[in-house]
Design a protein around this ligand. Structure first.
Ligand code: KIV
Length: 298
């Protein structure tokens, strides 16, 4: 059995991750894992590795589509990538990130957009940014049978209000506000809360206070789980990583070397070789040789 088929077999036998099983992990004090993925291949790799949750983050605006921030990515683009991730995922919980303006204009739009993620792209939950002010919307989404992941702290869709990507929750007033937001989301029934870019002490307090599992990114080790961006841990970004990123591979360098080797092989006629070429069937080759020989005689 190949490594790939072994991985697929273990994926098939592992139990499906649900919002309930994520909640139970917190109760058992077992760390929860989450990575972003944006296409079939990355989703399959993340799923086969046994990561609990796959987040189709709106970070795809930057790491996949090359935008400067997350604001321009559209519903259509997010749906397209979520559907690909769904096709690559069997076991992990698939969460779609609602993009900027898909839930900020009206509750009716928000509900319609969230249901599209479930109906058209196969998402099992949606994520929205923001604290207490999102409670009425969360109630509507849950009422429409959609599990919701909250997201507070450094919320990239509030980039212009925050005045840049800055660590949040540094003053006493800001800590109090974060705690209020976390409790409000928890009471509203979110199945988990992303805590991004906040001091570890604040994340630890929130984690101890709320029932929903907290999933940290730049929020220290006391969170119930951790999420990172796939391209950051694989070394596939073109900017220096943030302080909290641990890079586990340098795929950027590996891919660069592979591309250079392909280019050199083509330019020196070392690719493709005879073994990498298709050949005529024997009878066709014989008939062709005879035909060419006759033409040559004339
Ligand atoms: O868009 C994203 O990737 C995210 C996470 C990193 C939390 O929101």
């Amino acid at each position: 059995m190949s490594v790939t088929s072994l991985r697929s077999a273990s994926r098939a036998s592992a139990p499906k991750v649900t919002t309930q099983s994520i909640f139970e992990k917190k109760q058992r004090h077992e760390p929860i894992t989450c990575l972003t993925a944006y296409d079939y291949a990355s989703a399959r790799l993340v799923d086969e590795a046994g990561v609990d949750m796959v987040l189709v983050g709106d970070s795809l605006a930057m790491v996949i589509l090359g935008y400067e921030n997350t604001l321009p990515v559209t519903m259509q683009e997010m749906l397209h990538h979520t559907a690909a991730v769904r096709r690559g995922t069997e076991r992990a919980l698939v969460i779609a990130d609602m993009p900027y303006a898909s839930y900020h204009v009206s509750k009716r739009d928000a509900l319609r957009n969230a249901t599209r993620f479930v109906k058209e792209a196969g998402a099992e939950a949606v994520k929205i940014e923001g604290g207490a002010k999102r409670v009425p919307l969360i109630a509507r989404l849950i009422d429409a049978e959609m599990p919701v992941m909250g997201h507070i702290g450094l919320t990239p869709q509030s980039l212009h209000v925050m005045g840049g990507y800055k660590v949040q929750g540094k003053t006493l007033a800001a800590v109090e506000q974060l705690m209020k937001d976390a409790v409000a989301l928890d009471r509203a029934g979110v199945f988990s809360i992303v805590l991004e870019g906040i001091p570890r002490e604040v994340a630890a307090m929130i984690t101890a206070e709320v029932e929903a599992p907290t999933i940290g990114i730049g929020a220290g080790p006391e969170c119930d789980g951790q999420v990172l961006v796939f391209h950051d841990i694989m070394g596939l970004t073109f900017a220096p990583p943030a302080k909290f990123v641990r890079q586990y591979a340098d795929l950027g360098a590996a891919i660069g070397q592979a591309i250079a080797a392909f280019k050199a092989d083509v330019e020196t006629r070392q690719y493709p070789s005879d073994a990498e070429s298709y050949h005529l069937p024997k009878e066709t080759k014989t008939a062709l040789d005879t035909l060419l020989a006759r033409r040559h005689v004339r």
